[in-house]
Design a protein around this ligand. Sequence first.
Ligand SMILES: [Zn+2]
Ligand SMILES: [Zn+2]
Length: 367
Amino acid sequence: MRFKAAVLNGVGKALEIDELDMRPLQAGDVLVRIHASGLCHTDLEVIQGSLAYPMPIVLGHEGAGVVEEVGSGVTRVRPGDHVILSWNPHCGHCFYCERDLPILCEPFRQHQPQGHLFDGTSRMQRNGNEVHHYSVTSTHAEYTIVPESGAIPVPKQIPFDRACLIGCGVMTGVGGVIRKAQVEPGSSVAVIGCGAVGLNALQGARLAGATKIIAVDIGEDKLERARGFGATHTVDAAGTDALSQIMDLTVGRGADYVLESAGNVQALRSSVEMVRPGGSVVWLGKVNVDTEVAFRWGSLMGEREMVRSSYGNARPTRDFPWLVEQYLAGSLKLDELITRRIRLEEINGGFDMLARGEGIRTVIMFD
Ligand SMILES: [Zn+2]
Ligand SMILES: [Zn+2]
């Protein structure tokens, strides 16, 4: 079959809208017609070259759509199902899957950096030449093929543009708080950096029953937005001593939990200073993999726990339907995350906006 996709042919180049051919489904494959897909900062990192992947490649890892066809052996989804895609599918029986760490699944970590599916090959071609998959999802396309564990059926009531956000930004932020930090009711939670992931960490803290939810960012517009997602207090890190403000808000102890989602060295350092002794820090943001981050040794004292999480301890088959239910019940804000809807052909403009830090999420609509 032939379909349209946004193809990245090299670092720093504009994405090209091309016609690709999909090879036949293999055992365990699920063919999904994409209805909506978000533009995430990690896609931008591939375009800018701070994450290296083989080219040409189809980016996009935050997608939702409808199952068109399934390969042999697929039992958990069927044609017609509405699905949210997971960018971290797993095999279910490797060293890490057996140890309940599917996020570290070995076939995933072996083949994902090569731009392949779990059998070490691609399903996409252009003029007979291989086109690579990004993170086993490639959702900036009309169609994609993913392994069964990457297509999570969800209730049909949720619109696709809202649903797709759950696949990365929402899962990472809400999951960072609820699944990774396991924030308890009555806790104080500070969130550094209020982009898409940070806003979701804020609403995750609200869902967890935290009573003091402190948003830290620069600029009143961002902090105002943060209040809409559940922040009870805000700290403008520009020109003020953010640490002393956090201390004032937490009776001098520091926050019970700190979620870092700003993705810079200063935020990583501050996260440890802002947590109370015995508290937990979850690092959700990213800096370039070669960047060294130094900490004041004293800031690590006091039985503080620091943990890095890339997907909020996601168990997509457990968490995606739950997040959809939270949305349908009015407890999870998704409508407010979408600041722009575009056609696939407008994708380069969407990434330009993301690079400038404008808006929260841009979503490509395929209908
Ligand atoms: Zn993402
Ligand atoms: Zn595995």
